[in-house]
Design a binder for this molecule. Structure first.
Ligand code: DOR
Length: 444
């Protein structure tokens, strides 16, 4: 294993930015000091650049098994490390769905062979796998995913008695997709009557409406309060829902909330130029919702920033409204897009690091990750805030070969990514092909 010395890096960690050297040995951070002289096979002068704990993305869809024409563990984790993501937590709406321990173990085996980043997987809830949830080994899955609204895949849990049992008995954190399906179906019928199949994409946030989000999120929060559940509500998109969550440090919360990079970056004006490429569930909504989300990150109402990376092929996305699938590929440009919000003055760099790394590690009880600390794993990303990242079809590493950010030039650049101390990405060389990540471990 390579010994690495990173010198003169501006380390962004635990609310501070300090220039330090970092010595990495046997995959872990051995020392952090003002000046380290130690023999190392790899020495990186990071003068002028910022060293962050790698992004831990708590919501990705890598499509394996069964949907691998859209993406797979190898292709999407490769794109992730190029974007500064060192660990990810992957969703169960694949084929077959990940609703039992055997399916979870199959994914863990696949990832051990083929993942560039560290990994964990959610167990998916369904209307008929309550026993699998009750018996789940808390070290086998990062959490249980409950689709309280239907989205890609057929994983809706809508039996109220089952939902109560899941919220009462789940041995790990529950992560929910909240949109009320009956309200959405009624909206779809209304818009079909008006437009037939040719519903304009601009209507997506009216079909997947604020009210549908609020009804479902408030139901989830009510259930969690009744049963004392550890609840994490994924991809909040509306100002109205923010009132359901409290401000404060993540360690003190039983109920937490996530926002995703695309809901923070785009708003409904972007449908005009990007069309169904930015169709996702829940929908990208108004500028006022976007502004409220940006503020809620700053105010610690939103605890975690993630991607909901959900690739579909270019051809699939060219379909008319109802047939164009929801979801966008995001992992490769998530961090630079979030750094754009720092540049715009919405948050400090320290706050961003809290949301993409510290808080994720705390919330999911990850062992020895998410902070730049001696003896922790060396999952690190070096960013150049004077660099540029221009997004084009040619630069995209995701299997689908397109990005919602095409044509945009971000005002920062990921130059190096280390996963467990191994240099997994270097901008002038690309991704290191022969290294693999490991399964995330939990302190539970
Ligand atoms: O837009 C989305 N796409 N939202 C989801 O909840 C699922 C995802 C997918 O898997 O395509």
């Amino acid at each position: 294993m390579t010994t690495t010395l990173i010198t003169n890096a501006k380390i962004v960690n635990e609310g501070r930015i300090e220039e330090r050297d970092v010595l990495i040995r046997r995959g872990r951070i051995e020392r952090i000091d003002t000046s380290i002289s130690a023999p190392a096979e790899e020495v990186i002068d990071a003068k002028g650049k910022h060293l962050l704990p790698g992004m831990i993305d708590d919501q990705v869809h890598f499509r394996e098994p069964g949907l691998t024409h859209k993406g797979d563990i190898h292709s999407e984790s490769r794109a992730a490390v190029a974007g500064g993501i060192t660990s990810y937590m992957e969703m169960p709406n694949v084929n077959p769905v990940t609703t039992n321990a055997t399916a979870l173990k199959d994914k863990l085996d696949r990832a051990a062979q083929r993942s560039f980043a560290n990994f964990a997987f959610y167990l998916g809830a369904s209307n008929d796998n309550l026993e699998n949830i009750q018996r789940l080994d808390p070290n086998l899955a990062c959490g249980v995913k409950v689709f309280m609204g239907a989205s890609t895949g057929n994983m809706l849990v809508d039996d109220p008695n089952i939902l109560e049992r899941i919220f009462a008995d789940c041995p790990v954190l529950i992560a929910t997709h909240c949109e009320d399906t009956p309200m959405i179906l009624a909206n779809e019928t209304r818009y079909r009557e008006q437009y037939g199949e040719a519903v304009p994409i601009e209507e997506h946030p009216n079909i997947r409406s604020v009210e549908a989000c609020y009804k479902s999120s408030s139901f989830a929060v009510d259930l969690a309060k009744r049963f004392g559940t550890k609840l994490h509500v994924l991809h909040i998109t509306t100002e109205k829902e923010l009132a359901l969550f409290e401000a404060g440090p993540v360690a003190q919360k039983q109920i937490t909330a996530e926002a995703c990079v695309h809901h923070l970056f785009f708003n409904e004006a972007d449908y005009a130029t990007r069309g169904a490429l930015i169709k996702c569930n829940p929908a990208i909504k108004k500028k006022t919702d976007q502004a409220a989300l940006l503020q809620a990150v700053k105010d610690d109402v939103i605890d975690i920033i993630a991607t909901d990376h959900a690739p579909h092929t270019w051809e699939e996305k060219q379909n008319a409204y109802f047939k164009a699938p929801a979801g966008l590929p995001l992992v490769q440009y998530a961090l630079v897009s979030a750094l754009e919000q720092v540049r715009a003055g919405h948050w400090s760099l320290e706050k961003l690091v809290e949301k993409i790394s510290h808080n994720v590690a705390t919330r999911y009880q990850l062992k020895d990750r998410g902070f730049i600390r001696e003896h922790y794993w060396a999952d690190l990303v070096l960013v150049d805030l004077d660099g540029k990242t221009k997004v084009s079809k040619e630069s995209v590493l995701s299997k689908c070969g397109w990005s919602p950010f095409e044509g945009i030039e971000f005002q920062s650049e990921v130059t190096h990514t280390w996963v467990n101390g191994a240099l997994m990405f270097e901008k002038t060389v690309g991704v290191t092909e022969n290294q693999r990540g490991v399964a995330l471990e939990f302190d539970r």
